[in-house]
Ligand binder design. Sequence first.
Ligand SMILES: Nc1nc2c(c(=O)[nH]1)N[C@H]1C(S)=C(S)[C@@H](COP(=O)(O)OP(=O)(O)OC[C@H]3O[C@@H](n4cnc5c(=O)[nH]c(N)nc54)[C@H](O)[C@@H]3O)O[C@H]1N2
Ligand SMILES: Nc1nc2c(c(=O)[nH]1)N[C@H]1C(S)=C(S)[C@@H](COP(=O)(O)OP(=O)(O)OC[C@H]3O[C@@H](n4cnc5c(=O)[nH]c(N)nc54)[C@H](O)[C@@H]3O)O[C@H]1N2
Ligand SMILES: [Mo]
Length: 723
Amino acid sequence: MTHRRTRAGGGFPAIAYAISKAIEVGPWRLWSKMRSRNACKTCAVGMGGQLGGMVNEARHFPEVCKKSLQAQAADMRGAVPPWFFERNSLTHLESLTPKQCEDAGRLICPLVLQPGDSNYKPVSWQRAMDLAAGALKQTVPQRAAFYSSGRSSNEAAFLLQSLARVYGTNNVMNCSFYCHQASGVALKMAFGTGTATVTLEDVGRADLVMLLGANPASNHPRLMTQLAELRERAGEVIVVNPVREPGLERFHLPSRPLSLLFGSPIASLYVQPLAGGDVAFLVGTLKALGEMGALDREFLARHAEGSQAALSHAASLTWQEVVEGSGVERATIERVASLLARSRASIFCWAMGLTHHESGVDNVLALSNLAIATGMVGKPGAGMLPLRGHSNVQGVGSVGFTPALTDGIRQALEKAYGRALPAAPGLDTHAMIEAAEAGNIDALFALGGNLWGSNPDSIRASRAMRKIKTVVYLSTKLNQGHFHGRGQTTVILPVLARDEEKQGTTQESMFNFVRLSDGGQANVPGYMRSETEIICELAERVLDRSPVDWSRLASHREIRRLIAEVVPGWQEVARLDDTRKEFTIAGRIYHSPCFGTESGKARMHVTPLPEFPEDTLRLITFRSEGQFNTVVYESADLYRGIPHRHCIMISGEDAGRLGIADGQRVTVRGEAGELTGIEAVLGQIRPGVVAMFYPEANVLIKGRLDKRSKTPAFKSAPVWIIV
Ligand SMILES: Nc1nc2c(c(=O)[nH]1)N[C@H]1C(S)=C(S)[C@@H](COP(=O)(O)OP(=O)(O)OC[C@H]3O[C@@H](n4cnc5c(=O)[nH]c(N)nc54)[C@H](O)[C@@H]3O)O[C@H]1N2
Ligand SMILES: Nc1nc2c(c(=O)[nH]1)N[C@H]1C(S)=C(S)[C@@H](COP(=O)(O)OP(=O)(O)OC[C@H]3O[C@@H](n4cnc5c(=O)[nH]c(N)nc54)[C@H](O)[C@@H]3O)O[C@H]1N2
Ligand SMILES: [Mo]
């Protein structure tokens, strides 16, 4: 059977795309914005800020990536035309694809949809804010909820969570619950911290990177330079992924002429486990290390606890259990173990391929066990590096946009605001959707994002959100959530992006590095407001002036002062306006084996092998090369050779067994729903596993949650193909 043409990642197609974007919005305009002192808008690797656009924290220039250009150019496109909502009824808007929503342009004036309306109507800010404030005034705190995506600033996130808490609720949730929450939970259990233990320079010192369940060629492109350089200095890159991602085999770095022409090798070993097979694979690797006598016994004795139980669990599994559970041959697992044993400095990177499972926390615990057992954490050049998603998702969490606050933050906030904060536990993201479905939510405020589109079981998410009395979105662009995730009344408030803000804002990268963005001019003329301006006005309308003077918090400098007072490790943010010195958050990086746990030791955990239903295919929902989450820029997936979004990637072996030809249209049935007319694409994917694009595939998936992190199993969901 034929395989479609795939391409190594990066290279000339990326450059051609960049040129086409530059022509679209004006080369000089785009260049000036790209070079402005603002943090990059895409992934959490982070660049830009005070060192200037396209510069990383190691002062390297030019740091280029197709994604940052894409996001920047998209924000610079024209406004949604004035006639758009008059001419397009809600029924028509519901039929728009994610790409059509994105292509409609920037939102420039407030919009409202009320019960019985057939169309969204532009309204004044006065009217829109009356509705938004009224929603909070007319309900009780436990029936209100606040969601944040990860693109907004620390200042906006801090202010909105403060408003929520002073108003009286802990129903404060962010997109992490659908993203890296499992990493946060597991890292806390193992090391007493929720974020990366290494810096960007550490990656440059490592001699081995293990990359599991992540596709940085598309999603964190600037990490590819690090991986290519690691190979150049004879280091190892072990990729663990059921899909053979072309960009993880070879990547054409656009900033290097030779690499641009011929490509740089990335993976030195490519392991293809079953989706959801990582726990078995990682425990198997631990078992192999034990059998080879390659454990770091000294590290275990001095700096770890819980090792005995975890090591004996690994030893007690049979090789048959390991091989069947992981789908990886014993010899391959032993090869991985011997590479780890030889390494002097290993870094463990992962993303959604590990977290989007019912065993998400166990996946990250099993990986942490490997790091601990080899002594590869708590020293320079070695440690844990979750590849975080949105450019400021980590900051949003750091400044308290989470249902539970750490005791330290809670007490500091109570002191700063002079009042006790609510004690009732807040809802996580999925629990909020369940509460809405049960009719228990009256007001929902969403600071960016597309909560509807990010949910499993899209039909249920629509049903749930439609029961909410008022949904208020603070958005830059349209997305399907504005139509399918509407409440009885829906208010859309148009906001300025970070490079358009009048005041500076801050963002935190996945390396715990806090950047200062200077803001700038609006990219399109319109009535957009800054996120903090909207939140301040809302607070002033809904809450008393005392004990908190909200008008004072209209100044970002004041908000930063408060963040410095309240959030541990953030003291330097108070001085940022004067020093303009960006900083790494204190206490996050572990260059010595003294961890944040109570005992100061790293903790190993027993990770039982997960069970999966038999006789089903395991569906991965992943991102294409041409999308950023629910925002679709291009329909085709260039690197994987998938022609459009209504495709299912399947192995030649499974296709043969099911009698499916390349290009044939099939029906895919999941636990929540069915999609028809899906084109089968034969690809380099492990037998037993199939893959489709998110968010479209979310109609198929039931929200099976990881119990500890509440993260849905967006990967390894059972599906059946009907021919
Ligand atoms: N261009 C671009 N950049 C982005 C984003 C984007 O949408 N577009 N999104 C941002 C966000 S919010 C996030 S969270 C990150 C997401 O970044 P990633 O996690 O890289 O994104 P995904 O495409 O969800 O999945 C990653 C990989 O996991 C593999 N995988 C799936 N299931 C398994 C499994 O069971 N085991 C293993 N070992 N691998 C598995 C898939 O084959 C895929 O290659 O990227 C961020 N950056
Ligand atoms: N099946 C499946 N589902 C998934 C995933 C998966 O891999 N598979 N991935 C999950 C993951 S990792 C994540 S992070 C979530 C994503 O969930 P979200 O973060 O909620 O969704 P996004 O698609 O990133 O949100 C895009 C919207 O954000 C708005 N926006 C952009 N910039 C700004 C800004 O500066 N300010 C404001 N206020 N708004 C802005 C625009 O309106 C844009 O349409 O989805 C999750 N859902
Ligand atoms: Mo994410």
